[in-house]
Design a protein. Sequence first.
Length: 255
Amino acid sequence: MPVLADALKNPLLRQNALCALAGIGPGAEKAVPAVIEILKESATNTAAIEVLFRVGPPAKEALPVLREIESREMGILRALAAVAITRIEEANPERALPLLIEVLKQGPLASGPIWTFEFLTLGNGGSVAVSLGPSETAAWFLAELGIAQETLVPYLKGNHGASHPALRSLAAISRGGGSEALISLAEELSRSDDLGIGIHLCLLTIEKMGPRARGVAPVLVQFINSKTNEWSKRRAVLKVLERIDPDAAANVALR
């Protein structure tokens, strides 16, 4: 942690340090004062807001600066501040729903800073830097929050949800847990060589749905049983299967 604290003071290392702190989560509590100062200097630093979101309740001292961002900024910055506040206050995440939807429905026309973060790859346990635009960032956090609302449906049809795996999986949630869209997404898993960010979002959404996504279990079992897939990937998918269908998971063995 002292090394990361020093890195936060260096503009050239700051973003990498913030990504690392976000990965630590609640254990990064001691870095919160320094992260607050970064946000006071630049409210557009989405990586700093993410750190506070990941730290959660121990980051209560950051609430004033987050509330200021929520009241003063627009678009994805306002939405992310609201998301972080709900996590820190352990409040109902649906408080942030209208703000996230507003960004989501703008699609590629949404303006705002790019969110860059460390994406933990399911295949080899490593990580890569990923950058998402405002609407993709909104989709990511909607998936993380596991929000299931009919109000999402209008924004997840046609051009908004036709090609983005995260949006299609969110559409399945908003329809009350129907698994058809998720099954087609999970089938992509069997054709994926790298379990990239789209499939990661699909798995994240399936896991958030829990038993409601049980209809996807056969596709996951097929992936796990295929010995041509890397063991580490099969193990990651098994963890998701354990969440949605423990009985099916109990009958699968990694060999």
